[in-house]
Design a binder for this molecule. Structure first.
Ligand SMILES: [Zn+2]
Ligand SMILES: [Zn+2]
Length: 153
């Protein structure tokens, strides 16, 4: 007994077809070979779609993370008056969090690895949670440099 495959139009033995309930002969219309091809094709397109979905999702969450970061940063900067303690410049692009007693490195060691670094959401969150510690201040890049050179009170 043979059956013609609906896909490749070849006449094949019945063993070459997968069983399928609810059909007239209890078999699939396409042969095992064609079914396999179809499955592979399906997997590939499915994978590509999934990849695309993941990529677009990643982009979105990156964008979200950036906005979240900026919101936290603004909150922290506002508390420290949005200006450099040294020269009073009010350009937030230049401002950074500074440890007044130069204990930044020590402080960062105490923080979890995630919170290390003086920028980033975790650090800002830490500042907010700790009620804006008074040993922190904003300094612009220039004043920060002067301070590290010992020219700053
Ligand atoms: Zn076939
Ligand atoms: Zn300054």
């Amino acid at each position: 007994m043979t059956k013609i495959c609906s896909k490749c139009k070849q006449s094949k033995q019945l063993e070459s077809y997968h069983k399928k309930g609810g059909t007239r002969d209890g078999l699939r219309n396409e042969c095992k070979e064609c079914k396999k091809q179809y499955d592979i094709q399906y997997q590939i397109t499915h994978q590509v779609k999934y990849q695309q979905y993941r990529n677009s999702h990643k982009e979105k969450s990156k964008e979200y993370q950036k906005q979240y970061n900026t919101r936290l940063k603004n909150l922290v900067f506002q508390h420290y008056e949005n200006q450099c303690t040294g020269c009073r410049i009010k350009d937030t692009r230049l401002l950074q969090i500074d440890h007044i007693n130069n204990d930044g490195a020590e402080h960062r060691r105490q923080l979890s690895p995630k919170t290390r670094g003086s920028s980033g959401a975790y650090f800002y969150l830490w500042i907010i949670k700790n009620n804006f510690p008074t040993n922190l201040q904003l300094l612009c890049a220039n004043c920060h440099f002067l301070k590290t050179q010992g020219f700053f009170p």
